[in-house]
Design a protein around this ligand. Structure first.
Ligand SMILES: Cc1cc2nc3c(=O)[nH]c(=O)nc-3n(C[C@H](O)[C@H](O)[C@H](O)COP(=O)(O)O)c2cc1C
Length: 258
């Protein structure tokens, strides 16, 4: 009779178990990766709908998102392209030097180093009239890049909302960018003055509501001036000439198809 405790048997069982466990873990990891990816996409869709405050009108986040048109725009030209949105992936765009520009330190006020040539934007129409534009924005806070969406109403100058879906700021300090009370302060704020200059910013402390500038200002996050400045800088970048300003101007003139 074979000895069950032989070295050969022990090795066989040990290695066999290891192989089975490894196979189970890799199947789970691969399965979860897809789930994580689809959850991340779903989370971004929620943020887009939240920034644009569309859930109330459409009933659910899903139907609100379904009503939004996704377009790939050429940032430099400020025009909509016919590039398919399906395969668009910002991280891939930023890996191909022919598909981004490297920003000089003077240009790079949001500290993002590279700006993609093509960007995915979101447009919501009601009865064929543009109602909301939702733009992807990003820029450095204190600990890393904050990624978010800025929703602007059809006058192309009034903010509906700003939502971040990814950042590394500290809970209780910079991460207060996610606090609903702070996010509510953005609604109705104006971006540009009558000369097209970007005035929107996060101030240090509280906004003085008696000041003429209050329409362009949002309260600072207390104890988190660096994150607050990061938010001001990222808006200044993405709403400026190197960002979406040309696209917004073209939208104003309804001259958006490339
Ligand atoms: C552990 C730690 C985490 C911090 N996290 C943040 C942060 O996420 N955002 C931020 O602006 N400041 C953060 N700060 C504070 C900054 O270093 C800096 O003091 C602050 O931004 C100044 O803001 P104030 O002028 O409003 O106090 C952190 C400080 C410490 C010690």
């Amino acid at each position: 009779m074979q000895n069950k405790d032989s070295i050969k048997n022990t090795l066989f069982i040990g290695i066999g178990l290891c192989l089975i466990c490894a196979a189970v873990i890799s199947v789970i990891a691969v399965g979860l990766k897809e789930l994580q990816k689809s959850n991340a996409i779903l989370d971004q869709q929620k943020k887009i709908v939240a920034a644009a405050d569309l859930k109330g009108f459409y009933g659910t986040t899903e139907s609100a998102f379904d009503s939004i048109e996704e377009k790939i725009i050429d940032i430099e030209e400020g025009l909509i392209t016919d590039i398919s949105t399906e395969k668009y992936d910002l991280s891939k765009e930023l890996k191909d030097p022919s598909r981004y520009i490297a920003l000089s330190s003077i240009e790079d006020i949001a500290t993002i180093k590279k700006r993609e040539n093509f960007s995915k934007v979101f447009l919501e129409y009601r009865e064929d009239q543009l109602n909301t534009v939702i733009l992807p924005v990003r820029g450095y806070g204190l600990w890393g890049i904050l990624y978010g969406y800025l929703a602007i109403s059809s006058d192309l100058n009034t903010i509906i909302g700003l939502e971040f879906y990814q950042h590394k700021e500290t809970p209780g300090l910079g991460a207060e960018v996610d606090n609903p009370k702070w996010k509510a302060l953005w609604r109705g704020k104006k971006i540009y003055d009558e000369n097209g200059e970007i005035l929107i910013k996060v101030v240090k402390g509280k906004v003085d509501n008696n000041s003429d500038m209050s329409t362009y200002e949002v309260d600072g996050l207390s104890g988190a001036t660096l994150t607050s400045n990061g938010v001001s800088n990222l808006l200044a970048y993405w709403l400026g000439d190197s960002g979406f300003k040309k696209f917004l101007n073209n939208l104003k003139q309804e001259n958006i198809n490339g």
